[in-house]
Write a protein that binds this ligand. Structure first.
Ligand code: SF4
Length: 418
């Protein structure tokens, strides 16, 4: 098994890893290196690799990443605004939502959210990411009004807001046509939407996770309509729960088809399931979250199946933690996501990460694997490349340095939990 902290697999050249792979895996990877779109069968072959084949997959994904986007690892300085945790949807995988009478239910006021946005900008943020639960009595125009309030005070801030589930809820509440509703959000200041609520784009799996959630057809309709009116989105997939590798492959191929048509996805973000505080896990219906093995396969497979269509593969450090995030950045990913400043959703589901990592800490983490940090905008336009370390760079307090610093071969601490 490949361990994140092991230097051995990181230093293996991709060519020698490929030459040790089994014929079917080597064949698929050679096609991928040649820029050929891989199909379902090849995707399934790669999704089920082990041992030398896993090493070949990871190394070739890293090589394709290098050819497509180079050695920079980007990040965005942003803040998450989870405006309420009150929600009626009842997703079994969610540890975040609360009933309206729960003692820890909250609904931040618009003034508070504007103040948090202003504070974020003062700390260097270029984006706020706004998502929340779906309270029963929410006004369908709330989403519009919140955007307007923030936009009035912060004309330059990128507003990345509302999942396809929230947009569907707003449409239901207002009874406006989807396109009109999206145009109203855009006019109010919306710049892009998170492609969350995708989970696994398979209605059977979705029924087991959340029967009340929007269907695959609805998710696709929201995303395609958003793209068609000039609102780009991210794309995501939640893995490590009840799904099988074939669902990853089908999900990625579906995203690839949408992207061929719209070109509206800015990135793909695999989201490992955080299990401990969820009904899904506690009822015995799901496995105990993703494994390191799955993390590496999913990130590498994403790079390979989406190659030529979605150039940016983002790690979710709040789900993976730093060590595994860095391992996945060695396995095809190229983006560290956002500094977040606060992140309630993963934390509520039992994640150990999800508060605030400063930009300097991000850069120090990135340098541990010998790559070059760069701050980006939400659009992936580069704001600043940090070719050399600066005084603000230090590893996050209390964390074990992940990999030995670039160029060093010091042994790594053994007690990392693997
Ligand atoms: S995942 Fe979102 S929609 Fe589902 S219960 Fe949690 S907050 Fe509600």
């Amino acid at each position: 098994m490949l361990k994140p902290a092991s230097l051995e697999w990181r230093e293996t050249p991709w060519e020698s890893a490929l030459s040790a792979a089994s014929p079917s895996v080597a064949d698929a990877l050679e096609k991928a290196l040649a820029g050929t779109d891989l199909g379902l069968e090849e995707g399934l072959t790669l999704a089920n690799v082990e041992g030398d084949d896993l090493l070949a997959l990871v190394k070739v994904a890293g090589e394709i990443r290098r050819r497509v986007v180079g050695d920079r690892i980007t990040y965005v300085v942003n803040r998450n605004l989870n405006f309420t945790n009150v929600c009626i949807v009842g997703c079994a995988f969610c540890g975040f939502s609360r009933g309206p009478d729960s003692p820890d239910a909250y609904f931040h006021s618009t003034d508070t959210l504007v103040a948090k946005s202003e504070e974020a900008v003062k700390l260097g943020a270029t984006e706020v990411c706004i998502q929340g639960g779906l309270p029963k009595d929410l006004d369908g125009y709330y989403y519009v009004q919140l955007l307007r309030a923030i936009r009035a005070r912060l004309p330059e801030l990128h507003l990345h807001a509302y999942s396809p589930m929230e947009i569907t809820y707003g449409v239901e509440k207002t009874r406006l046509p989807l396109r009109e509703y999206l145009l109203m959000l855009k006019e109010a200041g919306l710049n892009s939407i998170p492609g969350t609520a995708a989970e696994i784009l398979d209605d059977q799996v979705r029924r087991s996770l959340s029967p009340n959630k929007l269907k695959v057809r609805q998710w696709i309709e929201v995303v395609k309509t958003a793209h068609s009116v000039g609102i780009p989105s991210t794309s995501t997939m939640m893995y490590g729960h009840t799904e099988a590798p074939e669902h990853w492959v089908k999900h990625l191929l579906l995203l690839r088809e949408i992207q061929k048509e719209t070109r509206g996805f800015t990135e793909f973000v695999p989201l490992g399931f955080i299990h401990s505080q969820t009904k899904l896990f506690q009822s015995g219906a799901a496995r105990a979250g993703r494994s390191v093995h799955e993390d590496l396969i999913v990130h590498a497979l994403s790079r390979i199946l989406l190659n030529g269509y979605i150039p940016n593969i983002q790690v979710s450090w709040v789900k993976l933690g730093f060590e595994e995030s860095l391992a996945c950045l060695e396995a095809g990913a190229n983006d560290f996501g956002g500094t977040l400043m606060e992140e309630s959703i993963s934390k509520a589901a039992g994640a150990n990460f999800g508060e605030y990592v400063s930009p300097g800490e991000f850069r120090a983490l990135i340098r541990t694997i010998g790559r070059i940090p760069a701050e980006r905008a939400t659009s992936y336009a580069i704001r600043k490349v940090f070719e050399h370390p600066d005084a603000e760079e230090r590893l996050p307090p209390g964390r074990i340095p992940i990999f030995a610093p670039a160029g060093s071969h010091e042994p790594m601490p053994a007690s990392l939990g693997y």
